[in-house]
Design a protein around this ligand. Structure first.
Ligand SMILES: *Cc1c(COP(=O)(O)O)cnc(C)c1O
Length: 454
């Protein structure tokens, strides 16, 4: 706790005395004290020390339309006064949830017209697991329970979410994954491609799905779940051969395909959904984050018509949350989608800012520390290496964390996943703000390299 500002020290003391923070080393956080973020506007954050910071991560990938939009606050306020809460259990509904379901059906891929609402992405994936198994049971194939997922995928932090995810450091705590969830290799060429070309590796990684289906037995497999682009795993853009080969395999076997669109959905790739970008035609799509631009918690599961037709024959689905389709969250999501549509935010990303960000980011390829720059839409990753040609890392130096700290101290949030720096700025970032982001990123790469050489 090094701050000279008494107000910051006071807040840090409260953190120390009372708060257990998510995904944090409690003891370390007590020693260092959290940075206190106090306000935000557009793509910028301000902390309690008065620093202005460019948020290259849109919070946690979610603040799509940027901070400080009064329309969302007004929508929440209006709905709170009119009907702050009512549930959707036992044959009741309310206007905001119905209007939101329709608005989502309008933008979702063809044939995906129904939405089950949850409070988060994790709950969306819990819902998926239960719905997939219920679906196959109704169809008289109750053994089709196994969900195939991928190593280093991220699907949330509930018991089912963390089990579906392929993060070993999450599995290690709490005896996960739960039974009935198995993982295959990820399409991460830079780290795992070895001597294969990206194209060869993409086919190899996709073929792992077929091998796993055959190993488990197609009569036991209910679904395959994947993020169109892995986010938390390190913005992993699959080689071009990957999704086409996966689609061939999915067409061959009678299993459901779930696209986890929690990051890719709502414009991140320059299309409404990552499934549009890669033409994936999933049976279900998990959504959250950009759905409300993070202004209020909400998630959901969009379900294909043919699946709904089967569920309609299955009697009660014994699943739901007190806050499923919460009216205030629904009103905020509706307003968020209206803004995205009316202001043509995704079209602008597609035509203008995504190509600009991608070309400017790739200028960093000439930096001695950079092994690869990759990205799609407003997602980007920078691989930090010791040797460009062999993709060899600086072992045990924590280069990513060093770089992340330089970024924070120089007014830029870039997240570190190991030695991979990642960005996912708000979709409303301007070209001038992209220039600022890239300039700051280069400066921090320089500072990181100097620190390594010292
Ligand atoms: C963030 C995330 C989740 C979990 O969403 P929460 O709202 O944190 O529960 C699930 N899947 C993906 C791909 C995510 O990025």
């Amino acid at each position: 706790m090094t701050s000279n500002n008494p107000q910051t020290r006071e807040w840090q003391a409260l953190s120390n005395d009372h708060h257990l923070a998510p995904f944090s080393d409690f003891k370390q956080l007590k020693e260092k004290g959290p940075r206190i973020i106090t306000s935000a506007k557009g793509v910028y954050l301000w902390d309690s020390e008065g620093n202005k910071i460019l948020d290259g991560m849109a919070g946690l990938w979610c603040v799509a339309i940027g901070y400080g939009r009064d329309e969302l606050a007004d929508a929440a306020s209006k709905q709170m006064r009119e009907l702050p809460y009512y549930n959707l259990f036992f044959q009741t509904a309310h206007p905001p949830v119905l209007e939101l379901a329709k608005a989502i059906a309008d933008i979702a891929p063809e044939g995906m017209n129904h939405v089950f609402f949850t409070g988060s992405g994790s709950e969306g994936n819990d819902t998926m697991l239960r719905m997939v198994r219920h679906y196959w049971a109704i169809k008289g194939q109750p053994n089709k329970k196994v969900i195939i997922s991928r190593k280093n995928g991220y699907h949330g932090s509930t018991v089912a979410g963390a089990s579906l995810g392929g993060m070993t450091y999450m599995h290690e705590q709490g005896d996960l994954p739960i039974p009935g969830i198995v993982h295959i290799a990820q399409p991460y060429w830079f780290a795992e491609g070895g001597d294969m070309t990206p194209e060869e590796f993409g086919v190899w990684a996709a073929n792992q799905l077929e091998e796993k289906i055959l190993e488990v037995g197609v009569d036991n497999v209910g679904a395959f779940i994947a993020e169109p682009i892995q986010g938390a795993g390190g913005v992993i853009i699959p080689p071009e051969t990957y999704w086409p080969r996966i689609k061939e395999i999915l067409a061959k076997y009678d299993i459901l395909f779930v696209a986890d669109e929690v990051i890719c959905g709502f414009g991140r790739t320059g299309e409404w959904f990552g499934s549009d970008f890669y033409d994936l035609k999933p049976d279900m799509m998990t959504i959250a984050k950009g759905l409300t631009s993070g202004y209020i918690p909400m998630g959901g599961l969009i379900v294909r018509d043919e699946v709904v037709a089967v569920l309609n024959e299955g009697g009660d689905f014994n699943h739901g949350f007190t806050y499923s389709g919460h009216p205030v969250a629904a009103a905020v999501a509706l307003e968020n989608i209206r803004i995205m549509r009316d202001e043509k935010i995704i079209e602008h990303v597609h035509a203008e800012t995504a190509p600009y960000l991608q070309s400017r980011l790739r200028e960093l390829n000439d930096h001695p520390l950079v092994g690869e720059v990759r990205g799609v839409g407003l997602l980007g990753a920078i691989e930090l290496v010791q040797d460009k040609a062999t993709r060899k890392r600086y072992e045990g130096k924590g280069v990513g964390m060093i770089c992340r700290t330089f970024c924070f101290d120089n007014g830029l949030i870039m997240r570190a996943v190991g030695d991979t720096m990642i960005i996912a700025p708000p979709l409303v970032i301007t070209k001038a703000e992209i220039d600022e982001l890239v300039t700051k990123a280069r400066k921090c790469l320089d500072l990181t390299l100097s620190a390594l050489q010292a």
